[in-house]
Structure formats: C-alpha cells, structure tokens
Design a protein around this ligand. Structure first.
Ligand code: GLU
Length: 480
C-alpha cells in the first residue's frame, strides 16, 4: 500500500518554524516512500482562521519547495461527515448526549480546583435514561455529544518515541460534537484522516496527549490505526520552547532576512533528524534518500539562528552567481540602488563567499556598484586613525600608479602587479598599500582580495573614490 501522509495546519497564524518542519518531514517521508502528501487546512476555528493565513502558509510551503500531491482540502467543508460520524457513535451507544451547560461545567471545574483536584467530567449525562434524553431534546434543550471513553488500554508504537501507553480510565469522556453541530478537533481529525486514507500521522509531539483519544475514536469507528510519529519540539538556544522571544519564528521572516529557501529547508530538516555522521549540508536528493521516521530523534531540537546563517552562507557560496541574481536584484530594488547596464555576476562572485544572507550580499554588491555608499566601520576608522597621514598619502600613490593602467588593462592580475611594484619601489609594506584601498572602497577591513575588489568596482569609480578618500579630511586630521 502506498503511504499517505498529511500536513494539517490551522490557518490561525503564520507558517511557523515548527509547522514548516512538520510539513517538511511529511514531504520527505512521502518522497522517500513514493507516497502521497495531502494538504489539509484545518479551518474549523472560524473566529481565528483567516484566508490571509491560509495564503501565507501556501506561499511558505511553495517558497520552501514543499509540494503537496493532493489538496489543499479545507476541513470546514466536511462538517456533515464529522457530524455523521459523531451521530453514528451516538446511535451505537459509544457516545451520549450531554446537556451540561458551559456554566455548570465551569462551576464543576471551579469546585474541583478549589478542592485542589484536577477537574474531571463526572459523567452525569452518561447516566440519563433514553426517555430523559428524548424529553429534554424534544423540549429544545441544547446538547453536545460526548464520547464514552472505554476503560481499556490506549497504546501505540510511536515511530519516534516507541511504545506509549495511556489508560482509558484516566481520560474524561470528551465532547466530540458541539451543540451547534460542529466537531471538536479530535473528532474532525480522525474523521478526515479516515476519509483521506491517511496511513501515517507525522506531527508535533504536542499532540501526544490527543493521540489516545483519537485511538479510541478509530476503534469505535471500527478502523485500523495509522502509524503515529510525533516529532520532537523545537527549543531556543536557551533551552526554552521556541517562541517570539527568540526572534523570528515565522518562515516569512527568514525569507525577508535573506535566507535562501534551500538553506532554510536543509536547516529545518536537521531540527530533529540527522542523515547520519555529522553531515550538515544535505542536498535534496540525499535528504529524500536517507530520510526515515526511525532517524527522527526523541529529544528536543535546538533552533540556533547562528547556525542557520552559517548554513545559508554555505549555500550562497556554492550557488552560481546566475542563481543569486534574482534575489540580489530584488533587494537592490528595495534599497533603491540602480544597476542598469551593469553585470552583477562578477560582483556577486566576488562577495558571495563572505556573505551569510542575501541582504548582506546585496549591501556588498551595492557598495561595489557605488563605493561612495560606503562609510568606514569601527575597524576601518581605527585603521584610518592608526595610519594617520600615511592613509591619504598611500592612497594618492595608489591612484597615481593605477591611473597608468589603461581601461583595458584594468584586470585583477595587472592591478596586483602594479600594487606590488608600487610597494616595492616605495619601500612600503604591501598591507599598508592594500588596507587603505579596502577601507576606502568598502568601509571594511575585510573583503575579497583588493585587486579583485578594484577589478569589480571598475576603473573610473575606483579612482574617483580613492581620490575622494585621500583628501585631507580622511586620515591626515587623525594624524596628530
Ligand atoms: N491542525 C493541527 C495543528 O495545527 C494539527 C492536527 C494534526 O496534525 O493532527 O496543530
């Protein structure tokens, strides 16, 4: 039988890191096994579900390259089936009508808590006679349908956690259908998973406590259980559950921050799964080939933004400039940096290996398109101060020497030769020639090799900027 898995997000918020990871594991499992991934939008919470959130979730999945084979289906469309399933359980005596009002239940709960006890529904409506139920229903009294949890073992072999056992006697009889005929989550999910022939339920381990209830419903409906795989929760680097306090948690935020989708996906895959060994960069085909539910770890995963940036940097370095053009152009557009008639590819190649995000890379590209955008950072300022008059003086020597190169000769190799010859002729350390150029053009003391930097910035812009930075206001004033 072909495995059928599902991703079942509630559109009550953005696509968060945890949800995206659940979607990814389902996708990887489906692709690994040749199975089917169903997308089901669980929009039954009408107050909190919005179309905007649904769209954000669909966009996020698309951005990450997580393709679904069936759906999106909308849970809200299956209300009739959910009700029919609940009523079938009622007819078969596996569920009962409950006339307890919210107020009554609240006061029962308050009493239990005042007595220092956890609230449990006392099952009073389970003891109503058929005549009482018929009478109260005929009188128009609203009622819910409650599932009669059998006193039996409710256990399963979780594909991640191993055997997990609950006892029915420890669970309350729970509501499956509200008085307005809409199903409660556990009923809707089981009804849908059965109707959609789901064979493997892969989801966050915050759903472990729902699973015994769902198992009881499967049994009551006479259906075989799917395999359950509960994936570990995600913690921040401080060991606390990942939340907004840790910074961005929505997938869209990372897109904004210049994270590449492939890097994000690779990073998410390693939150709770490992391809074995200490491999970190795992291409898509490898990920699919190696992914198994058994390979998912039990212990919580840690979301380390620094690692994500590192991984993103690895992806950026490895990608050909051609594939980085589009995101860099988009970002330059946002920065209002024009680049008409300029070939961005050599510039991207020059900066990509030192950039951890698209935003950082686009900033560097912008500075190389127009070095007058740069301002010295703290280390750049320190260098200017330390060199004093030599900063401007050396820049002037560089302008003179490089000015002798023809526009055609403005290439990395001859530039390097010229700078070396200059240093030698003047008895200067090569660093004292190179570093002022680097700071003048980029503001930073770290960059690609200076001759390559000069080559991508181009002759006129380089010479103009070096001259500008050689002016007395830079350097000599700090010479005192
Ligand atoms: N809609 C549920 C949620 O977003 C998921 C239900 C499930 O996977 O069983 O948490």
């Amino acid at each position: 039988m072909v495995p059928r898995v599902r991703f079942a997000p509630s559109p009550t918020g953005f696509l968060h890191v945890g949800g995206a990871r659940t979607a990814l594991f389902n996708w990887l499992y489906a692709r690994h096994t040749g199975g089917v991934l169903v997308l089901r939008i669980e929009d039954t919470d009408r107050e909190r579900s919005t179309e905007t959130h649904t769209q954000v979730i669909l966009d996020g999945l698309g951005w990450l390259g997580i393709s679904c084979d069936e759906g999106p289906f909308f849970q809200g469309a299956y209300g009739d089936r959910h009700r029919d399933d609940a009523e079938r359980l009622l007819k078969e005596g596996k569920a009962y009508r409950c006339f307890c009002t919210r107020e009554e239940l609240d006061s029962q709960r308050a009493r239990a808590e005042a007595g220092g006890q956890a609230f449990r529904y006392d099952g009073r409506c389970a003891r109503l006679t058929a005549d009482e139920v018929a009478g109260r229903t005929a009188a128009g009294e609203p009622s819910t349908i409650r599932f009669r949890v059998p006193d039996e073992e409710l256990a399963w072999d979780d594909a991640v956690h191993g055997r997990i056992t609950f006892q029915g006697r420890d669970l309350d009889d729970f509501v499956i259908l509200r008085s307005d005929d809409t199903a409660i989550y556990n009923m809707a999910v089981v009804s849908d998973d059965i109707a959609m022939d789901i064979t493997h339920v892969i989801r966050g381990d915050d759903h472990i406590s729902n699973t015994p209830k769902q198992i009881a419903l499967y049994r009551a409906l006479g259906r075989p259980l799917p395999v359950f795989a509960h994936v570990p929760m995600i913690l921040g680097t401080d060991g606390k559950k990942l939340s907004k306090r840790h910074g961005a948690t929505a997938v869209g935020d990372y897109q904004e921050q210049g994270i590449l989708p492939l890097a994000m996906r690779n990073f998410l895959a390693l939150l709770g799964w490992s391809p074995g060994g200490d491999r970190e960069i795992v291409p898509e085909d490898e990920m699919i080939r190696l992914f198994t539910l058994e390979g998912i770890q039990k212990k919580a995963a840690v979301f380390d933004p620094a690692k994500l940036e590192w991984m993103n940097g690895e992806y950026i370095s490895a990608l050909p400039a051609e594939e980085l053009l589009e995101p860099v152009r988009r970002r330059l557009g946002q920065l209002g940096v024009g680049h008409e008639g300029r070939d961005l590819r050599p510039i991207i190649d020059a900066v990509k290996s030192r950039s951890r995000t698209i935003l950082e890379m686009a900033e560097r590209v912008a500075v190389r398109l127009d070095p007058s955008r740069s301002t010295p950072d703290a280390k750049g300022e320190a260098l200017i101060k330390k060199m004093g008059a030599a900063f401007g003086a050396n820049l002037r020597l560089v302008v003179q020497a490089l000015g002798a190169l023809s526009p055609d000769g403005w290439q990395a190799e001859p530039i390097l030769g010229t700078l070396k010859a200059l240093a030698e002729a003047r008895g200067l350390k090569l660093g004292d020639v190179m570093q002022p150029v680097r700071v003048a053009l980029t503001g930073s003391t770290v960059s690609e090799p200076v001759n390559e930097l000069l080559a991508v910035v181009g002759r006129p812009r380089s010479l103009a900027r070096l001259e500008e930075m050689a002016a007395p206001s830079h350097g000599e004033s700090g010479a005192a």
